[in-house]
Design a protein around this ligand. Structure first.
Ligand SMILES: [Cu+2]
Length: 206
């Protein structure tokens, strides 16, 4: 290989690596693993699965016919290729805490859900203590925001805590004692398309 060719080759490699860093999926963190979802004829298994923040999901076709898995939230977060058995494809990580429904293009009865929970630095704390509540592994990607709601002890409804949030976490410092619950979702910035609400995270203040 001539020097000129080699340097062109190197430039191309650097360009590809840079593009991978800029647009590639967020790497799965060490020890976080990947959630496996099976496709069969015609269902996903498990139908509803809990996925930790920052984890990817791998769909594998164990059936006899082609399937895919496509985001049904309206946020267009993922869509696998058409997977013929025994192909598999990973998607994600999902942007943050929420409930994400998805479906197969070819089989209307083939629907599934992914639930990403919130995390809290403490599930129990003294009044006035700082509890870090984290609804995403990373800040909101371009075009998306987080909504976070909390429910006071004894209250029958949630109220807004963060709206249009870009940050992935916040410090919660409640003074009222009792059981607080927090939930979050991912929403289109300036729009109404959103994930469903995440499973609630309970924090007991003593
Ligand atoms: Cu299908």
């Amino acid at each position: 290989m001539s020097r000129a060719r080699r340097s062109r080759h190197l430039v191309a490699v650097v360009a590809v690596l840079t593009a991978a860093v800029l647009v590639g999926p967020t790497p799965v963190r060490a020890g976080s693993g990947v959630l496996d979802v099976r496709m069969s004829d015609n269902r996903f298994g498990p139908v509803t699965a809990v996925v930790a923040q920052g984890r990817s999901v791998e769909f594998t076709n164990f059936g006899r016919v082609v399937h895919d898995a496509r985001d049904g939230t309206g946020l267009d977060l993922f869509a696998t290729e058409l997977l013929a058995p025994p192909e598999s494809e990973s998607i994600g990580p999902l942007p943050g805490a929420g409930a994400y429904r998805y479906y197969c293009t070819f089989h209307p009865e083939m629907v599934g859900g992914l639930r990403v929970p919130l995390r809290a630095s403490h599930t129990q704390a003294a009044a006035g203590a700082r509890v870090t509540v984290r609804w995403a592994a990373e800040r909101a990607p371009a075009g998306l925001v987080f909504d976070v709601q909390r429910r006071r002890p004894g209250a029958d409804h949630f109220v807004e805590w963060r709206v249009d949030a870009i940050a992935a976490a916040a410090v919660f410092r409640p003074s009222a004692r009792g059981l607080w619950t927090v939930r979050a979702r991912v929403r289109e910035a300036g729009g109404v398309a959103s994930s469903g609400w995440s499973p609630v995270r309970a924090i007991r203040i003593t």
